[in-house]
Design a protein around this ligand. Sequence first.
Ligand code: ADP
Ligand code: ZN
Ligand code: MG
Length: 679
Amino acid sequence: MFKQNPQRLKKKADQAGARPTHAMSNQNTPPGPQQQRPNGGPPDGAQQPPRNTGGSWALRIAIIAVIALLAYNFYQYFTNSNAPANTSVSYSFFLQQLSNNNVDTAIVQNGTVTGTFKVPQTYPAGSSTKVTNYQTYEIGGNDPTLESQLIDHNVSFDSKPPDQGNQWLMIIVEFVLPTVLIIGVFLFFTRRAAQSQQNIFNFGRSRAKLIMEDRPSTTFNDVAGVDEAKADLVEIVDFLKSPQKFQRLGGRIPRGVLLVGPPGTGKTLLARAVAGEAQVPFFSMSGSEFVEVLVGVGASRVRDLFDQAKRASPSIIFIDEIDAVGRQRGTSLTTNDEREQTLNQLLVEMDGFESHQAVVVIAATNRPDGLDQALLRPGRFDRRVTVDRPDWKGRMAILAIHSRSVPLSSDVDLQTLARLTPGMVGADLANLVNEAALLAARRNLDKVTMKNFEEALDKIQLGAERPLVLTEDDLRIVAVHEGGHALVGLLSEHSDPVTKVTIVPRGQALGVTMATPLDDRYNYSKEYLFTRIMFALGGRGAEDVALGSITTGAENDFQQATGIARQMVTRWGMSERVGLISFSDRPSPFTGMMDSGGKEYSEETAKAIDEEVHRIIEDAYSKVKTLLSTHRATLDRIAQELRKNEILNADQLRAILIATGAIDAATAHAQENGGASLS
Ligand code: ADP
Ligand code: ZN
Ligand code: MG
């Protein structure tokens, strides 16, 4: 690519030199009515919602019971105090009265004697109190002679069996029960107060979207290119359809499933499809929503979400972007208590299912590395389902799905489109179909043509064409520069096939050479990487060889070349001098893997690495210059044709190469076939 100067614009399209990297992913939240909770009525508690409607009844009954008990106790108290009170006397005093024949009645129970004296007696001696109704102190055990003495003195008496049980009952009814009830009512009111306070601000309210009758209609037929993930999820669908079947034999229910994959690969779509296939309600919430506002809110939202789902069991809970809450605890310097609380609550809820509750929790992330280990423990998100970028067959199927409702012209070849779009994910492809349809509509066409698709693809990969007036000189330089890239790509054995060269300015690029791999590459040979470096240096090489002067347009080219060379040395062990050691985790331009930061090697090693990178670049550059000098005529011709046509496709390029004798027709043919067989 030739980069516009002097504006330092962010590079983008140069990547398209080999791999379109525009990820047009739109994070769709599932459409669906946001269920509003009814206003008014008793505040449904976040804590105990299932008991809420019963709550006020229980409260009323409790209050009535307490009042009744208190009334009873008061009654007892007053009736007792109105009746002549028994005065406690010693047992010996009683016996004395007995032998004096002064005892009128006696009731023997529980080791005490209660009754009346015939003549009131002064007791204790010397006081002014006269006792008629007496009750002896407990004598501890029965006096075996008491009965005969009572008979001897003609006292009408009554002996009752000990009423231990009755006594306990009285203690419970009169004392324990009211206490418990009073405490219960107190607790109830305090909690109610706390909740209504929460209600004022309405913060803890879950925003889970409940699709009640209108459950997701998405099915597995709406998802393509992720067959392995689908196969993994079929089991979950079966389980949700008939949980009893699985629980009957005591099997452990799949509880948590972690969907891992790059953005736009269809994780949300898959989760919804599981709900749609199983015909169960789908509750979804995104991790960032949990940690949004105030401390403590995230945790209560988690609680709310799970409560809602449990009530609707069997059901699905979907937590998107779980990395927003699920990052390892205590790793960062600025601890985020809110997030940790939310995470802890999530862990609690994951453990808090009862065996009959058929709720499956599906979470999605594109960064599984940093997730807290506790989340991945058995019983939590112990199943990991990888949702990969689709291969070309998958891309074709996805294109088919999204063009179901789009009238396609007969020249549209989805297979060709699929092969032109390596690296694109489902969301990008959905976007591609949409863009093509919009372009067709803008041109008042009845059907979407292949040309519309190609235009849409260019627009997505390179940014929209933009009108820009370049001077004649500039155009010449850009044409030579891009011609250089193209020629290196065309003449190098290990290069990705050059599919297009253009000097039409798009996005930030003044020109672009596209070399698109025939299919997704998962592994890179040393030769391929070296060729990529040569390809990147082709632009500058051509300026040098054909114009004798160099420009600033190659900035991105150098970044790319250096990046690849450095990784060959430090990551992929491709330098004999430095050896087979991985020195760094710098992000790869191909895989986008994470960077771990710091250097872990000595200054000498650093120097050796720099020298090796330098050597590789120098080596590649000198090979480029040799190549371009040898095929100088072809280079000039490509530049000329570019000036004339602005765009050259693979066929036109091949024709030029044959015409100038750079390759013969037979080789060109062989190359074409050889290339095709790569897939
Ligand atoms: P993710 O959640 O992985 O970021 P989404 O599920 O939100 O991706 O995908 C966004 C949109 O892209 C979907 O609504 C769908 O239209 C389309 N899409 C993504 N992946 C696929 C796929 N595998 N098959 C069909 N369509 C897909
Ligand atoms: Zn360039
Ligand atoms: Mg998503």
